[in-house]
Design a protein. Structure first.
Length: 216
């Protein structure tokens, strides 16, 4: 039987929506799986507030009647839910295919319950390039000279004025690569998310949802 990836995304998103409770402040990620989460969340008719990681997510949430608040004056989120481009066996994530990884990382770091929702094609045996980056325009050529494996995307600037790019080098040691990227002036954020950030990964697979706790 052919696998329907869209159905798997919907199943994982619906399972995540069931974890949201009345009165929560919910961080909403960006991407095709979150596009299934938002209607599932709206269907529960809860009184919640949401923080959106992109204009597209905010627009979709508002269209479904969810209340979206600016991410200011909020010290802690109750829960955050987002997709991922890759998930390795330890729980490392690659995120940012949609270019929202800087805000997604801020939101994921603002809660003790970061739920990742993916279809069965996202778990991988080992992470592989590309790894999304957001760069500053100031000193851009310095960063590109230091990181020859980085290529700029043909994409608009981020909502925060950053330049989107991707790293195409070796990703065999995500711990080391993450530290090196984070330590480079001019790199605003990278798309490697450590296992310690994630509470659980919900994987839609062949009509069911698997719950995977990152090994770290």
């Amino acid at each position: 039987m052919a696998i329907d990836i869209d159905d798997e995304k919907r199943a994982a998103a619906t399972a995540a929506a069931a974890l949201v409770e009345e009165g929560m402040v919910v961080g909403l990620g960006t991407g095709s799986t979150v596009a299934h989460l938002i209607p599932a969340l709206a269907a529960r008719l809860l009184s919640i507030s949401c923080v959106a990681t992109s204009p597209a997510t905010e627009a979709l949430a508002l269209a479904h009647g969810l209340r979206v608040e600016p991410f200011s004056g909020i010290g802690q989120l109750s829960i955050a839910i987002d997709g991922a481009d890759q998930v390795d066996p330890r729980g490392w994530l690659v995120k940012g295919g949609g270019g929202a990884h800087t805000r997604e990382k801020i939101v994921a770091g603002a809660t003790d319950r970061f739920i990742v929702i993916v279809s069965s094609d996202k778990p991988v045996a080992a992470l592989h390039p590309p790894v999304p980056l957001e760069l500053m325009t100031f000193g851009l050529d310095v960063v590109l000279r230091r990181w020859p494996e980085v290529r700029l995307r043909q994409a608009p600037a981020t909502p925060d004025g950053g330049v989107l790019a991707d790293y195409f080098g070796d990703v065999a040691d995500p711990d080391n690569l993450s530290a090196r990227l984070a330590a480079t002036p001019g790199i605003v954020a990278h798309g490697l998310f450590p296992p310690s950030m994630t509470s659980v990964v919900l994987v839609g697979r062949n009509g069911r949802v698997e719950s995977v706790t990152p090994a770290g």
